[in-house]
Design a protein around this ligand. Structure first.
Ligand code: ATR
Length: 282
């Protein structure tokens, strides 16, 4: 990579930031397309977020990704929000359009694209069982509703949190049926039996730790399973899915790549080289 006076800067704000794959993924993509851009990680603590966002304008940074813990807090410093970012209530990509800062959320659409690309599955008309009711789950739920899911059941350890998310979704989407259940017992098993798509958006299984209250006998072969976790690549849920003979079961690597690919497109206006980005992450 050659940095000159003309190089356009993009990057990522987060804390901690050392673990991010995004610089590798984006810089490989810029290089593959011969674009004079450079992607830099910025370690930004919560108390500095406001000045860091002002810095985007001051330094004419072309755009940034936003990661933990700033995805919601950053909204108040932006000029405009995309429809998805507004509905999800979180931003993972900022576009600097001539000094106007526009907040986007490419996580949800990244999930939908990966579900198609990696599991050849569309959400339209399907029944979705979503595990978890945190930020990741909200992004996926909104995207599935936007894509026309017929039903979304949210299962969470803290049922109150699932109830609150369902209430929010009901107020915003009239065509999808929503309900909340506990993340265990008969209701969960029944939910799985009736679902077309099972999505894990909890942190259970991250770094191989923890086990979802789901066993091999609960799964059916035609269920499509999407685990947002990608570390390890064969997550504990995917192991169970393999034993149950589930035909389509994938991890969240594709979502990570597509959320990046969509951000790349927003910043550069070019078609992202998805294969290059995937190779860089792997
Ligand atoms: P994120 O932004 O990644 O979604 P989060 O908002 O902290 O992170 O949400 C984490 C999700 O994983 C929640 O649904 C959480 O359940 P609770 O709402 O009951 O806390 C779920 N989760 C994390 N650890 C869990 C565990 N050991 N058992 C069950 N659910 C767990």
């Amino acid at each position: 990579m050659k940095i000159t006076g003309k190089t356009k800067i993009v990057g990522i704000f987060g804390y901690p930031i050392e673990h991010t794959f995004s610089p590798l993924m984006h810089n490989a993509a810029f290089s593959a397309l011969g674009l004079d851009y450079c992607y830099i990680p910025f370690e930004v603590q919560s108390e500095d977020l406001k000045s860091a966002v002002e810095g985007i304008r001051a330094l004419n940074i072309r755009g940034v990704n936003i990661t933990v813990p700033h995805k919601e807090a950053v909204i108040k410093y932006l000029d405009e929000l995309s429809k998805e970012a507004k509905l999800i209530g979180a931003v993972n990509t900022i576009e600097n359009k001539g000094g106007k800062l526009i907040g986007h959320n490419t996580d949800g659409r990244g999930f939908i694209k990966s579900l198609w690309d990696d599991a050849k599955t569309r959400v339209n008309g399907k029944s979705v069982l979503l595990l978890g009711a945190g930020g990741a789950s909200k992004g996926v739920a909104v995207s599935c509703a936007l894509e026309g899911a017929s039903e979304i059941i949210i299962a969470n350890r803290t049922v109150k949190r699932a109830d609150e998310l369902v209430g929010y979704l009901k107020r915003n989407f009239k065509k999808t049926k929503f309900s909340a259940i506990p993340l265990d017992g008969h209701e969960l098993a029944k939910g799985i039996a009736c679902a077309d798509i099972l999505i894990n958006a909890t942190s259970i299984g991250l770094k191989g730790k923890g086990l979802l209250p789901i066993s091999q006998k609960d799964l059916h072969r035609d269920l499509v399973i999407y685990d947002l976790i990608y570390n390890p690549q064969i997550t504990p849920l995917l192991k169970i899915a393999g034993r149950a003979g589930v035909k389509r079961a994938v991890n969240g690597l594709g979502m990570l790549i597509y959320q990046g690919a969509l951000a790349f497109q927003i910043w550069t206006g070019k078609n992202p080289p998805v294969d290059v980005m995937k190779k860089a992450v792997l």
